[in-house]
Design a protein around this ligand. Structure first.
Ligand SMILES: Nc1ncnc2c1ncn2[C@@H]1O[C@H](COP(=O)(O)OP(=O)(O)OP(=O)(O)O)[C@@H](O)[C@H]1O
Length: 356
């Protein structure tokens, strides 16, 4: 059972705050939570809110949203809110909520916050599970109230940055199992992603864009322009589905899609489907700066796969190494800077149950 009122995770200050009205009188204080059970169906929903998301708009909008959230979900659910205090805090909150048996952990913010919540579903290479033995069959669902700058993951499902619609989805409670990507390297921890991981120019553009989030979606344009400075296409070594190494010459960007959109609405991997058990890998080769001017509209509407020097393939795993040995080829996942090549990307089919 999640104790919503004062709950401590790795930090000194409480992480969950009860954001609901008093408990219904017919429920005993030491009640057990069984998802979907007939006896006591009150569910613990933990909302992980990034108050700094979308340049601070998420925090303000969340405050306005709470009364509606309470009235729509508070009758059947215990609503716990937890504000993130900085980068990576959402990971700790999520792990703790799952261990305590939360029915769902719902990210409130953009793709970065959602990405951290997804990473909180795993620890030391394995899914996090509840501490309560009696709830061995229990699994915590993942939810999203998109309120970010780009909110790219939500676009694959056709969801808008509309919190009221998101709350209706949570109230309906429909769930589907979706795939998650895992990124590894020879040394170091695994890292998880749910939307798109990408390499080289686009990853560098994302890294640059993150410094200009105060300009809203314009940050992606500024980031792309900045990334072009000093950019050169690179030959990369690629191994797909544990096959032979192949060389792709003059790669501009390599994108691994579990879902379709990145960079604030660019439909980069248009055939990706988070329920398919595969990634779609799209590789752009030998692009010049003017190609982006003439082909940008195709990248946005997802019709770029027929363009010269663009290839697409469906894969379960892909390893990517650079040939030049510069150690400076950017990697990002879900819009978050991850470091530099080499990396291996594998799909974990149906890894998480998601509120859809
Ligand atoms: N309290 C906080 N203060 C500062 N940064 C935070 C805080 N909590 C979380 N963060 C960081 O803010 C980053 C961006 O947040 P988020 O993704 O929610 O919004 P966004 O960047 O505006 O949206 P999008 O990623 O969809 O473009 C996250 O990666 C997270 O690490």
């Amino acid at each position: 059972m999640v104790s919503c009122s004062f709950y401590h995770v790795a930090m000194a200050k409480p992480s969950f705050f009860k954001a609901e009205q008093p408990m219904a009188p017919d429920l005993s204080p030491d009640r057990t939570f069984y998802r979907g059970g007939a006896a006591s169906p009150r569910r613990d929903l933990v909302f992980v809110v990034n108050p700094r998301g979308a340049n601070g708009r998420t925090g303000k909008e969340w405050k306005r949203l709470l009364p509606f959230l309470r009235s729509r979900l508070g009758t059947d659910c215990n609503i716990c809110e937890s504000m993130t205090s900085g980068p990576s805090h959402a990971i700790d909150i999520t792990r703790e909520a799952i261990r305590e048996g939360a029915d769902a952990v719902i990210a409130v913010g953009g793709d970065g916050t959602f990405h951290e919540v997804v990473n909180g579903f795993f620890w030391a290479g394995k899914p996090v599970t509840t501490n309560h033995d009696r709830e061995a069959a229990h699994s915590t669902a993942l939810g999203l109230i998109p309120m970010g700058t780009g909110s790219d993951f939500a676009r694959t499902f056709g969801w808008k940055n509309n919190p009221h619609e998101a709350i209706e989805r949570i109230a309906k409670g429909l769930r589907s199992r979706i795939d998650v990507g895992v990124i590894s390297r020879e040394s170091g921890e695994s890292h998880y992603f749910i939307n798109v991981a990408d390499i080289h120019l686009s990853a560098k553009a994302g890294y640059c864009a993150s410094r200009y989030k105060r300009f809203g979606n314009l940050c992606y344009v500024i980031g792309a322009l900045q990334a072009f400075i000093g950019h050169s296409n690179q030959d990369l070594k690629i191994k797909v589905d544990e096959g032979e190494w192949e060389i792709y010459s003059q790669v501009t960007a390599l994108c691994i899609g579990n879902a379709k959109f990145f960079g604030g609405g660019m439909k980069i991997t248009p055939n990706a489907d988070p329920c398919s058990g595969n990634f779609e890998v799209v590789i752009l080769q030998d692009f010049k700066w003017y190609d982006f001017i003439f082909k940008l509209h195709k990248l946005y509407n997802g019709t770029h796969l027929s363009v010269k020097n663009v290839t697409s393939r469906s894969v379960h795993s892909i390893e990517v190494e650079e040939i030049s040995g510069s150690g400076s080829i950017y990697v990002q996942s879900d819009g978050e800077h991850l470091g530099f090549l080499p990396r291996k990307f594998c799909i974990l089919p149906a890894a998480i149950e998601m509120i859809c």
